[in-house]
Ligand binder design. Structure first.
Ligand SMILES: Nc1ncnc2c1ncn2[C@@H]1O[C@H](COP(=O)(O)OP(=O)(O)OP(=O)(O)O)[C@@H](O)[C@H]1O
Ligand SMILES: [Mg+2]
Length: 267
């Protein structure tokens, strides 16, 4: 793995506006994410996964601790971090191509800071449209796309603005199993070729193991890091990786941790 890109140091978060005592969402989160790493986060509903992602995105303040990117505090949203939500947040009045090109208008070319030309944006958009297999749908509006296709547009848009980090909050949560499997493979292929740092939330233990270099297991509210499992399965990976005995060992081990947490909460 490369150098440390994101450092999360003893982060605490209480939602003060939620009832008298407030809701303690994160209780001392420590986590570092390396450059080019693919980190998956799993944990029970309400354990603070989205809160953590929003804090890294700079969309949510926190009470104490520090969150650094490249050694500098994260103070707000920025083009260095792209967010992909579960409910494909596309602009309904823009075509597929315009949705993908939208974020590029904020882009500047290194090192001289000039804007991309229309032709350059188009070429970049074409590259990512191809990556997510949406050739032929460039001029279609979101309402004419299936859920899986909309999520593909959201992923292409996330990549097209070329952020250093992609933050994904259950991006495949709303999809059927087959579309989900297909998008997992597309995401793997993309990560294997572009090696962009990914922070990916999921409820699905198998999805986490399939994609990640490391799986972070969070415990129920208040959210803490319960365990971090290194997934030493070689890339390239595909659905066939799920048949590897090592994969099954990881699955059993992570399920065991998750199940024990469930029993503790029920006690
Ligand atoms: N804007 C908010 N105001 C008040 N409380 C909030 C807010 N957002 C989240 N919470 C609370 O903080 C806790 C953590 O929520 P969060 O959305 O981070 O959980 P999560 O792990 O993403 O859950 P899920 O898996 O269901 O998406 C929950 O108890 C939730 O009720
Ligand atoms: Mg969530």
């Amino acid at each position: 793995m490369g150098k440390t890109l994101i450092t999360i140091n003893d982060v605490h978060k209480i939602y003060h506006d939620a009832g008298n005592a407030g809701i303690r969402a994160l209780d001392g989160i420590d986590l570092t994410i390396a450059e080019n790493e693919f980190v998956c986060v799993i944990g029970p509903s309400g354990c603070g996964k989205t809160t953590l992602l929003n804090i890294i995105a700079g969309l949510e303040p926190y009470d104490s601790g520090e969150v650094l990117m490249d050694g500098r505090p994260i103070l707000g949203p920025g083009v260095d971090r792209g967010v992909i939500f579960q409910q494909y947040a596309l602009f309904p009045w823009m075509t597929v191509r315009r949705n993908i090109e939208y974020g590029m208008k904020f882009l500047r070319k290194e090192p001289d800071g000039i804007r991309y030309t229309g032709a350059e944006k188009r070429a970049l958009a074409d590259h990512y449209i191809h990556m997510v297999n949406l050739q032929g749908f460039e001029d279609v509006y979101p309402k004419a796309l299936s859920g899986g296709m909309k999520q593909r547009v959201a992923i292409a848009r996330g990549y097209a603005v070329n952020p250093q980090v992609l933050l994904m909050d259950e991006p495949f949560g709303a999809l059927d199993a087959q579309t989900r499997a297909q998008l997992q493979e597309e995401l793997l292929l993309t990560w294997e070729s572009e090696q962009k740092t990914c922070f990916f939330i999921t409820h699905d233990v198998e999805e986490a193991i399939l994609l990640a270099n490391r799986v972070v297991i969070m415990s129920a509210r208040p959210g803490r890091v319960k365990d971090i499992v290194n997934i030493d399965l070689p890339y390239p990976r595909s659905q066939a990786t799920k048949l590897d005995p090592a994969f099954i060992d990881y699955r059993n081990r992570i399920w065991d941790t998750v199940y024990k947490m469930f029993l503790e909460v029920r006690k």
